[in-house]
Write a protein of this length. Structure first.
Length: 313
C-alpha cells in the first residue's frame, strides 16, 4: 500500500509520516547534528500549532509544517566547526552560518519533491522591518509561512539550551519576542527612514506572536495536568507507606527475632515487590521531598500562566 502523506496532528508530528525524500534529508541532518534535528522537529510542531490557532486551512498548515521541518536543511553544508561551536560565533562565523538560508533554498530547488517548500528555507530569517537576511525584504513580501516559522524558530532557539548559552525562561523569551514585534529605536537617519517606510512594524508579526502565547499556555496547562496526576500518585504512595510504617515501628520495638520476622511478614501484604520494611522511613522521606518539590513547580507553572496572560504586544 502506498504511504499516506498525512501528519495533520500537532500531538503526533513525526518524521516517519513525511515524504521519503524529506525523511532522507532530515536523516542527513540527524546524522550531522542532533541539536539541529531536534530543533527542526520542535519548530515544525510549534509552526503547525500556530497555524491551527490562527485558523489557517489544513492544506496551508500541512505545507507550512513541512517547510518548518526543512527550514534549516541548509545547515547540512555549514562546517561543523561553526555549526557545533560550543561558544558564541564570531562575526565571520555568523556570516557563514547565515548562508544556510540560501544553501537550503538551493537544495530544495534542485529536488522536485522539495521545491514547493523552498520558501521556508530561504525566508525564515527575514524580518518585517527589513532587517533580516538574506535579502532584507519587507512586510508582506515575506511569505506568510516564513513569518510563522520565524516566530516558532526564534522561540525554540531562545528557550532551548544550546552549547554556548544558558537556558532562558519562558517569560523572558516571550518578552524578547515582544521587543522584536515592536520597531527598534532608530540609530541613524536611514533607520528612521526605514521605520517610516515600513509603517513602524517590528521584526515579527504581532498576531502570530499572540498565537504563540496561546501555544505556550496550552503546553503549560498540559504540563500542570501531567504533574498533578503524578503528585496524586505520590500522595497515595506516601499514605500507603505511612500506614506500613506501624509495622516498621513494631519491628524495631520487637524484643525477639521471631517477633521482628512476624512484623516483616505482615508488612509484605502492604509492600510492593522489592520493597523492604527497613527502608520504609527513607522511602517516605524521599517521596515527601519529591511531593513538595513538584507542588512548588506546579505553583510556578500556574504563576507563569498568570504572567503570560498579562503580557501585551
Amino acid at each position: 500500500m502506498k504511504e499516506q502523506f498525512d501528519f495533520y496532528n500537532s500531538t503526533s508530528l513525526k518524521s516517519y509520516n513525511l515524504d521519503e525524500t524529506i525523511r532522507y534529508q532530515l536523516k542527513m541532518l540527524d546524522g550531522l547534528d542532533n541539536i539541529t534535528r531536534k530543533h527542526s522537529d520542535n519548530v515544525a510542531n510549534i509552526s503547525c500549532r500556530l497555524c491551527e490557532i490562527l485558523r489557517l486551512s489544513e492544506g496551508f498548515t500541512i505545507y507550512t509544517t513541512t517547510c518548518a521541518y526543512l527550514h534549516d536543511i541548509g545547515k547540512i553544508f555549514i562546517p561543523p566547526s561553526v555549526l557545533q561551536k560550543p561558544s558564541k560565533l564570531t562575526d565571520e562565523e555568523y556570516e557563514i552560518m547565515k548562508t544556510h538560508t540560501t544553501i537550503g533554498y538551493e537544495i530544495c530547488m534542485k529536488d522536485l519533491k522539495l521545491r514547493p517548500y523552498a520558501a521556508g528555507a530561504l525566508y525564515h530569517h527575514e524580518a518585517l522591518d527589513g532587517t533580516g537576511y538574506p535579502n532584507g525584504i519587507l512586510g508582506n513580501k515575506i511569505p506568510y509561512e516564513a513569518q510563522i516559522i520565524r516566530v516558532a524558530d526564534e522561540f525554540e532557539a531562545i528557550t532551548a539550551k544550546r552549547q554556548y548559552k544558558t537556558h532562558i525562561g519562558i517569560i523572558d523569551a516571550l518578552n524578547i519576542l515582544i521587543d522584536h514585534a515592536h520597531p527598534t529605536n532608530p540609530k541613524s537617519i536611514s533607520d528612521t527612514a526605514r521605520i517610516f517606510k515600513t509603517g513602524g512594524v517590528g521584526k515579527i508579526d504581532k498576531k502570530i506572536l499572540k498565537a504563540l502565547f496561546k501555544v505556550v499556555i496550552y503546553d503549560t496547562e498540559y504540563e500542570i495536568y501531567a504533574r498533578e496526576d503524578y503528585v496524586k500518585f505520590l500522595k497515595k504512595e506516601i499514605s500507603r507507606l505511612s500506614g506500613t510504617k506501624k509495622y516498621y515501628d513494631r519491628m524495631m520495638a520487637a524484643s525477639t527475632p521471631e517477633k521482628k520476622q512476624y512484623y516483616i511478614e505482615e508488612a509484605k501484604y502492604y509492600l510492593k515487590p522489592q520493597e523492604q520494611l527497613d527502608k520504609v522511613p527513607q522511602m517516605i522521606q524521599e517521596l515527601e521531598t519529591a511531593y513538595t518539590e513538584r507542588k512548588k513547580h506546579i505553583q510556578k507553572l500556574h504563576d507563569e500562566i498568570r504572567q503570560i496572560k498579562k503580557l501585551t504586544v
